[in-house]
Every structure is written in structure tokens, then in C-alpha cells.
Design a protein around this ligand. Structure first.
Ligand SMILES: Nc1nc2c(c(=O)[nH]1)N[C@H]1C(S)=C(S)[C@@H](COP(=O)(O)OP(=O)(O)OC[C@H]3O[C@@H](n4cnc5c(=O)[nH]c(N)nc54)[C@H](O)[C@@H]3O)O[C@H]1N2
Ligand SMILES: Nc1nc2c(c(=O)[nH]1)N[C@H]1C(S)=C(S)[C@@H](COP(=O)(O)OP(=O)(O)OC[C@H]3O[C@@H](n4cnc5c(=O)[nH]c(N)nc54)[C@H](O)[C@@H]3O)O[C@H]1N2
Ligand code: SF4
Ligand SMILES: [Mo]
Length: 834
């Protein structure tokens, strides 16, 4: 048995380059239970990050009692990480919401469903009559199922006709979508996880994969422990496990000052061009914009970049040489890039590095503009983030017409007179009072949005009617007018899609507690009560269960890049997840995109006409067409601009925020798991050893971190990050504490600012000051196994759990999953549209 709190990634299964990743099946059952005690195993996939590991849910006496990785799954080959093992189900049976709550005389009291839904529908109708659909806003998630998003999207766009719908995906992967649209014309991940097996170098840009996609990192570690290892390059201001591995592999750890990614990327692109590590044939045939890019990056010499980012210019040169001269390079990009002021610009430079060398669409040459949440891809595909479903372009009347026809509604009902409202604007409208009905599903904005003092004020407004749909009584639920109890993972059926487009079916294993209902049933109930109709007076929403919704979605996706028409619930049962596009031509799905160097940039197919990366100004359809992109990718460029808030005398540190391996977001699930809670029970503040010494702070002292907006008070971890940078984990709201409720969450400090293109907020940069406010009696409650390890381990007990996970390494190698062909010739093209 293994202790998977101490040993996060589990036992190594090393292998050679291009050899299949071996199977290791991880199993965790409730204390005292053996496999023979399990009544049945129910197929699913983990929803505690975007990796999408296939798993089976163990059920005994109608309760979930454990999980086991699925050996046959292409994503994880049987493995699960600490969150998947301990956090995916242990909340089961705890303090769940079991009945609707409504506000009476200022307090939330239990009610039946009719009472709660009547209130919602009455308020909705009143506002529609008085002010119209623009009074309605929907703030949803990256954690519902595809069927739920699609249903919500249809209700919002064709039922109500409001453009005010977005997901917390705006905080999460809006930049992934934006960078893919800007470079390639459409959302849709070019790469595949199987690129890990065949690459020669791996670049991780602002991505702490070791903690945030632990099973993918195990896959990387197995290469790093095998023969012919890849070289790793990490771009992260903290000394993460990824950064350590980079140094050990003979690669580079670049630790730029937060907020300087674009300068660093311009430096890397310039080095490629200066050394002519460029595939000119590929660039000429498949891209646009080379001259502009070369001219823009020209001033970014290694020395100039080093001055801005405070990195060693020779290390920058070395990193560029690794990119420029390795046979096959895999890149991943995540929040260190996405939650920043030049998020889309910097992420597009990663695409550019690949395009310049023609390293795309081939094994080992993946670009993974990562997702974070398990179902964020579906929010974006199905239109619950405001975009039109099926990666359709809101600015293309033909795309709007297709949807109007599909839904049998007047095209004018579907909002498309302006870009869809992004989440930051949605909250602004609620603050200003034009949105007066806000329906929040599967997200906890009272902890996860920036500048929490402001968010609490918005939620508390008398003229804002707030509906919260969750499985737990969260910090946000406390502000609601109506709380709807939702069924969670394992208690409902549906599908979702991970980072590399792999679609999984998650079956219902057990009944939800009390009167809790699936989100799909709640949305369908609202649609029924509102009596939304199509042009012929028939019900607008024609399905009544998950499979019906899936079938409807398939039609919507037909002919688009995210084509699901070749999938069905039955096809997803039994074996592995299947990556889209999956259609007649690719019945087994598609491992990677763009093998032929043809991109969905034709004006008739593209999802967006693009933006100026520096200002966010939109490109008009006319200007876009005049460029004649027609299947070529864009090499987009932008100068570096300093972040909006920089350290000064009053606030001398840069505060950056993020994750620890043991918790998921606001901990509604992981905070209820014994093992995970113990591993990281309370918030902390990470300081570099030198900064701590200058402040007179020693390990465990209580410190106050203050920004212009709020404060956090927590014990200090004297850590291993770069000087001048403070790190605060963002997981700790106050549902489980009686202490100072408003000095725990990182977002007390962050600012209401966003990237001009993706509109993703800047969680990674705020100017703060740090003060020691008291001595500590013990070390900070920060894990020692991760990036938050102490500078001096003496006297700090190592983070550990129990030996309670079984790992079975298959002795004879993996049962080879069905071969998945590359998607070769057909990026959807106007001529081939169904
Ligand atoms: N354990 C765990 N795993 C998760 C989640 C979780 O909550 N817990 N959440 C999931 C979700 S939704 C997401 S979005 C992903 C996020 O996954 P990641 O993006 O890997 O996680 P973060 O910790 O937010 O940020 C990554 C790194 O960015 C670095 N960074 C900060 N500022 C900068 C900067 O200016 N430049 C650069 N280059 N790097 C910077 C931080 O030091 C940090 O190590 O994780 C997913 N997986
Ligand atoms: N400072 C700072 N802030 C950040 C970030 C950061 O790095 N730093 N990261 C940002 C990112 S990337 C993300 S993704 C967000 C995450 O922020 P949130 O989405 O607010 O975080 P969660 O705790 O995952 O909230 C999801 C909620 O949905 C509920 N839930 C889970 N499953 C279901 C379901 O099936 N149905 C319903 N109805 N409810 C369900 C959970 O109980 C939980 O309350 O935080 C963002 N905020
Ligand atoms: S890597 Fe992500 S999907 Fe896989 S088990 Fe861990 S949390 Fe779940
Ligand atoms: Mo996220």
C-alpha cells in the first residue's frame, strides 16, 4: 500500500521514448473495506481537474465507498492523483444541501421545490416584463456536464435572449480559448497527451503541472526516469517541483518577475529568429504575419529581456536553444500566463514558437493551451460562456442563422449585436444595477473572484435577486435569495471533455441526498415553468434527460471542429474516453489536430475575427477577410507592456496566488476529505528566505499581507520562491472557520483588472506590503512535499498521510488502447459543411 499524500505521483513506471506508457491501476477504498466488499463499479472520470482521468466508482449499500483508475483509459492508464483518490467522493454523506432554501425575513429557510422555483420564475417573469432579457445574468461553471451547459445555453440564447452569460471559465481558461482563436482561428486543442511519450523537450509556461495535473506529471516523470529523457524548461517565479525537474533534466528554470511573461516570450521568439531556428517552408506555406512578428520582437535581446524579467540572459539563451534545436517539443501553458495582463499575447507567443519551427500536428509536437476545470472545454463548446455553441462566430450572420434554424427561432432572438458579456462585465452590470437577476451555478464567487470586498457588496445589493445552485452551503450561498440543492458527481449522468478533447461518460452511481436534483433537471424545470417556445409554438427545449441533451448537442456540433456526431453514450461505455472530432470520417476520434497544416481560419469557418493583442481592439470582418487567411495560422505579435500595478514604496512586493496539490479551489470537496484537509488545513503566506529575513519574519510567524483592496493574515512559510514575490494560496474561504472570516482568501488582495483580449482577471499580480504581526508557535500549515516546501526543512514535520492506496503495475505492459488516427485532411471548410 502507498501513502499518496507523501508520495503524490505514486510509483514510477519508466519507459523509453515512443514506447507506450505502462498501466498502473490505483485503488482507494473506505477504511476497512476490501474489493470483495464492493457491490458494483460504475464508470466515470474524475472531475477535480482538467486532466480527466478515467475511473470507476465503487458502490456499496447505495453509497460511494471508493474509486479505482481505469486501466483502459487513454488519459491515465489506470492512475489517479491525491485529489482523485481522496477528494472525489469523501464529501459524500457530509453536510450537503438536501432541500431548497429561500430567504424569509433576511434568513435562509428550507422550502419545497415548488416554492423555490415559483420564486425564481416569478422574479424572472417580472423582470422580463418590466425591463426585458438584459436584466438577466447567468454565471456558471467549468464543472457542470456538457448536457447541462448546452441546455443552459439554449435557454439563455433562444429562450430569454440575453447575452449576459459566462462561466467561471473566464477566470480559468478564457485565455486558452482566446489564444487558440487568435492563432488558429478556433478553440480546440492541437496537441495530445501522447506527445509526452514522443517529445524531446517539454516547456511548461506558468504551469505547475506537478501539483495541478498530477497524473499528467506522473506521465512526464516516467519519461524523465526512463532512457532517452526529454529536457524540461519551466517558466515560473517559484521553485516548483516542475522547476526542480527542469534543472535535474539539464534544462532551465526561468523565474521571471510576475507580470513580465510577454517580454520573456518576445525574447525567446527573437532568439529563434536570430539563430534562424525557423522552418521557412512551413512558415511560408502555413502562416501569416512573419515580418511583423520579426520586427516586433527585434528589440527584445536577451540582455534587454533579462533586465525586465530579472532573469539571467544566458539562461534565456539556453532555453531558446533547447526550443530551437530539439527534434520534437511539447509545450503546456496555464495560469502563470493566463491570469496576467498580457495573457493572450504571451500565450500566442507559445503558439508562435511552434509555428515558426513547424512543430505542430505531429507526434511529440503538441501545444497544450491547458484547461483547469474538468469541464471547462464544454462550457466553451456548448456556449455557456456566452460564445455561440459549436465554436460559432457571433459576428458571422451565417453562423447565427444555422443556430436559429436548428432551434427553430428567429435569428434576432439570439443575441449577436455585440460580443457576449464576459464575467467581469457581468458583475459590473450587477454592481451598476442593470442586471437584477443573477443565477450562479457550480461556482463560489464569494471566494474565487478578484477583490472580494467588492463582490460581497454586489451580492448583498437589495435590488439583485441571487439564485445559487450548489451541493453545499458555500460562502456565496449565504448571500442568495434562493438556494437550489444540486446533485453532484456520481449522483447524475453526463459527459465532459478534458484538455486534449477526450470525451468521457460519467454514469450515475448513487442517488443524490434528500431532494437534491441534477443541474440538468433544474434547468429543464425552469424552461418548462417559463414555457419557452420555438417559432411554431412548440417547446423550445425538446429533451428531458442527459442522453436526449447529448443527442441534441451532437446535431449542434455537426460539421464544426468539435464534431461529436460519431459519439454516443453506448460508444463511450466500457472502454476509454474518445477525443473529438469524432464523425463519419474519424469514427474513433482524433488524437491531434492540424497534421496537414490547414487551420480553421477561413472567414466562413473561424470562431472569431481576432483582436489587437496589445489593446484588445477587435478586427472587423472586412479587415479579417482582406488578410485572406484561408487555412493559414496567424503569427501574432505584441510589445511588452508593464502590469497595471507595480511594486512601489508603499506596496513593495508582488503578490501572486495559486494552488497547492491537496486542495481544489474553494475546498467544498477537498476540505471535507480527511486526508486532504490534514495535508493542508489552513492558509499560509510564502516569502523568500531573504525577504523574510529583511522583515524579521521566521517560519510560522503571523504576517499581514495588505494590498490597496484588502488583507490576509496567516502564518508565514519561509519558502524557496524568488525575492520580491509573495505567494498566497487561494483555496481558503471561511465556510469552515469561526475566525476572521475576511482575512483568509487570497482574493481579498487581488484587483478588478483583466487581459484586454481574453478578459481573464489578473490573479497573478498585485502590489502588496507585508508586516509581521506576531510570533508563531509552530511551522506554517503549508505542505512540505510541493512548491511550498520550507527553505530550511529543520524543525518542519514532513507532510504525510496513511498507507491506504493500492497501486497495481501491470506486469506485461499496457493493453494497447485502440489506435486513434491523427485528424489529417479535414479542418471544417465551407465546402464540406453538413
Ligand atoms: N491541486 C489542484 N489542482 C488543480 C486545481 C486546484 O485547485 N488544485 N485547479 C484546476 C484548475 S481550475 C486550474 S485553472 C489549474 C491551474 O493550474 P496551474 O496554472 O498550474 O496553477 P496555479 O497555481 O494557479 O499557477 C501556476 C503557476 O504560475 C506561477 N506564476 C505566478 N505568476 C506568474 C507569472 O507572472 N509568470 C509565470 N510564468 N508564472 C507565474 C505560480 O508560481 C504557479 O506555480 O489547476 C487545475 N488543477
Ligand atoms: N486568487 C486567485 N483566484 C482564483 C484563481 C487563482 O489562481 N488565484 N483561479 C481561478 C480559477 S482558474 C478558477 S477555475 C476559479 C474556481 O473558482 P470556483 O468555481 O468558485 O471554485 P470551486 O470551489 O470549484 O467552486 C465550484 C462550486 O461548484 C460546486 N459544485 C461542484 N460540482 C457541482 C455540480 O455538479 N453542480 C452544482 N450545482 N454545483 C457543483 C462546488 O460545491 C463549489 O461550491 O477560481 C479562480 N480564482
Ligand atoms: S490528475 Fe486531475 S483528473 Fe486525474 S485524478 Fe488528479 S484531480 Fe482527478
Ligand atoms: Mo481554473
Amino acid at each position: 500500500m502507498a501513502d499518496r499524500i507523501a508520495d503524490i505521483w505514486g510509483a514510477r513506471t519508466p519507459h523509453a521514448k515512443d514506447a507506450p506508457w505502462p498501466v498502473r491501476v490505483d485503488l482507494h477504498l473506505d477504511r476497512g473495506l476490501a474489493e470483495s466488499d464492493v457491490d458494483r463499479w460504475v464508470q466515470s472520470a474524475c472531475v477535480l481537474c482538467s486532466n480527466g482521468c478515467g475511473c470507476d466508482i465503487a458502490v456499496r449499500d447505495g453509497r460511494v465507498v471508493g474509486v479505482r483508475g481505469r486501466a483502459s483509459d487513454v488519459v491515465n492508464h489506470g492512475r489517479l492523483g491525491p485529489k482523485g483518490l481522496y477528494g472525489s467522493w469523501q464529501w459524500n454523506g457530509s453536510d450537503r444541501l438536501t432541500r431548497p432554501l429561500v430567504r424569509r425575513g433576511g434568513v435562509l429557510v428550507e422550502a419545497d421545490w415548488d416554492t423555490a422555483m415559483d420564486l425564481v420564475v416569478r422574479r424572472s417573469r417580472e423582470l422580463l416584463d418590466e425591463v426585458g432579457p438584459l436584466s438577466h445574468g447567468f454565471y456558471t461553471s467549468g464543472q457542470l456536464f456538457l448536457e447541462e451547459y448546452y441546455t443552459l445555453g439554449v435557454i439563455g440564447k433562444a429562450g430569454l435572449g440575453t447575452p449576459h452569460m459566462d462561466g467561471n471559465t473566464r477566470l480559468c481558461t478564457a485565455t486558452a480559448a482566446a489564444a487558440l482563436k487568435e492563432s488558429f482561428g478556433s478553440d480546440g486543442q492541437p496537441g495530445s497527451y501522447s506527445d509526452v511519450e514522443s517529445c524531446d523537450a517539454i516547456f511548461l509556461f506558468g504551469h505547475n503541472m506537478a501539483e495541478t495535473q498530477t497524473v499528467l506529471w506522473a506521465r512526464v516523470l516516467d519519461r524523465l526516469h526512463g532512457p532517452d529523457r526529454p529536457v524540461v524548461v519551466a517558466v515560473d517565479p517559484r521553485r516548483t517541483k516542475v522547476a526542480e525537474a527542469a534543472v535535474e533534466s539539464g534544462g532551465v528554470h526561468l523565474a521571471p518577475l510576475p507580470g513580465t511573461n510577454q517580454a520573456l516570450m518576445n525574447g525567446l521568439v527573437r532568439e529563434l529568429i536570430a539563430h534562424d531556428w525557423v522552418d521557412h517552408g512551413y512558415v511560408a506555406a502555413h502562416t501569416l504575419g512573419y515580418d511583423d512578428l520579426a520586427a516586433t520582437v527585434e528589440p527584445y535581446t536577451p540582455e534587454h529581456v533579462a533586465g525586465i524579467c530579472r532573469v539571467d540572459p544566458d539562461e534565456l539563451r539556453r532555453a531558446a536553444r533547447i526550443f530551437g534545436t530539439s527534434g520534437r517539443v511539447l509545450s503546456t501553458v496555464l495560469q502563470g500566463f493566463y491570469q496576467s495582463h498580457q495573457a493572450t499575447a504571451a500565450s500566442c507567443q507559445v503558439n508562435n514558437l511552434h509555428l515558426l519551427r513547424g512543430l505542430i500536428g505531429r507526434p511529440g509536437c503538441g501545444v497544450l493551451q491547458m484547461n483547469g476545470q474538468p469541464t471547462a472545454q464544454n462550457t466553451r463548446e456548448a456556449g455557456a460562456n456566452g460564445d455561440l455553441p459549436g465554436f460559432r462566430n457571433w459576428d458571422n450572420p451565417e453562423h447565427v442563422r444555422e443556430l436559429a434554424e436548428l432551434w427553430n427561432v428567429d435569428p434576432l432572438t439570439i443575441p449577436h449585436w455585440a460580443p457576449p458579456t464576459h464575467a467581469m462585465q457581468l458583475w459590473r452590470y450587477a454592481e451598476q444595477g442593470s442586471i437584477r437577476f443573477l443565477w450562479i451555478s457550480a461556482t463560489n464567487p464569494a471566494v474565487s473572484l478578484p477583490e472580494l470586498p467588492r463582490i460581497r457588496d454586489v451580492l448583498a445589493k437589495d435590488d439583485l435577486f441571487v439564485v445559487v445552485q450548489d451541493g453545499f452551503r458555500t460562502e456565496t450561498a449565504e448571500h442568495a435569495d434562493v438556494v437550489l440543492p444540486a446533485a453532484l458527481w456520481g449522483e447524475k449522468q453526463g459527459t465532459f471533455t478534458n484538455v486534449n478533447r477526450t470525451v468521457h461518460l460519467s454514469e450515475k452511481a448513487v442517488e443524490p441526498p434528500g431532494e437534491a436534483r441534477s443541474d440538468l433537471d433544474i434547468f429543464l424545470d425552469y424552461a418548462r415553468r417559463m414555457d419557452f417556445r420555438d417559432r411554431d409554438g412548440q417547446p423550445l427545449v425538446t429533451w428531458s434527460d442527459p442522453e436526449g441533451a447529448f443527442e441534441a448537442w451532437k446535431e449542434c456540433s455537426r460539421g464544426r471542429l468539435c464534431d461529436y456526431t460519431g459519439l454516443s453514450y453506448d460508444k463511450l461505455r466500457g472502454g476509454s474516453g474518445i477525443p473529438w472530432p469524432c464523425d463519419d470520417e474519424h469514427p474513433e476520434g482524433s488524437d491531434r489536430l492540424y497534421a496537414d497544416g490547414v487551420f480553421p481560419t477561413h472567414p466562413d469557418v473561424c470562431e472569431d475575427y481576432g483582436h489587437d493583442l496589445l489593446t484588445g481592439g477587435t478586427t472587423s470582418p472586412e479587415r479579417y477577410k482582406a488578410q485572406r487567411p484561408d487555412g493559414r495560422a496567424f503569427l501574432k505579435a505584441a510589445e511588452y507592456a508593464p502590469p497595471p500595478e507595480q511594486p512601489d514604496e508603499e506596496y513593495p512586493f508582488v503578490c501572486t496566488t495559486g494552488r497547492t496539490v491537496y486542495h481544489f479551489h474553494t475546498r467544498t470537496k477537498t476540505g471535507r476529505s480527511r486526508q486532504l484537509r490534514r495535508a493542508a488545513p489552513e492558509p499560509w503566506v510564502e516569502l523568500s528566505a531573504r525577504d523574510a529575513a529583511a522583515l524579521g519574519v521566521t517560519e510560522g510567524d503571523l504576517v499581514r499581507v495588505e494590498s490597496r483592496r484588502g488583507r490576509v493574515e496567516a502564518p508565514a512559510r519561509v519558502g524557496r520562491g524568488r525575492d520580491g514575490v509573495v505567494f498566497v494560496p487561494f483555496h481558503y474561504g471561511y465556510w469552515d472557520t469561526g475566525g476572521d472570516r475576511h482575512a483568509r482568501a487570497a482574493n481579498e488582495l487581488t484587483a478588478t483588472e483583466w487581459d484586454p483580449v481574453s478578459k481573464q482577471p489578473l490573479f497573478k499580480i498585485a502590489a502588496v506590503r507585508v508586516t509581521r504581526i506576531g510570533g508563531g508557535t509552530r511551522p506554517a500549515p503549508a505542505p512540505t512535499t510541493t512548491a511550498s516546501a520550507p527553505h530550511d526543512p529543520a524543525g518542519v514535520p514532513a507532510t504525510a498521510g496513511e498507507d491506504d492506496v493500492r497501486e497495481d503495475v501491470a506486469p506485461t505492459g499496457p493493453p494497447t488502447p485502440p489506435p486513434v488516427p491523427d485528424r489529417t485532411p479535414t479542418v471544417p471548410h465551407p465546402a464540406s459543411k453538413g
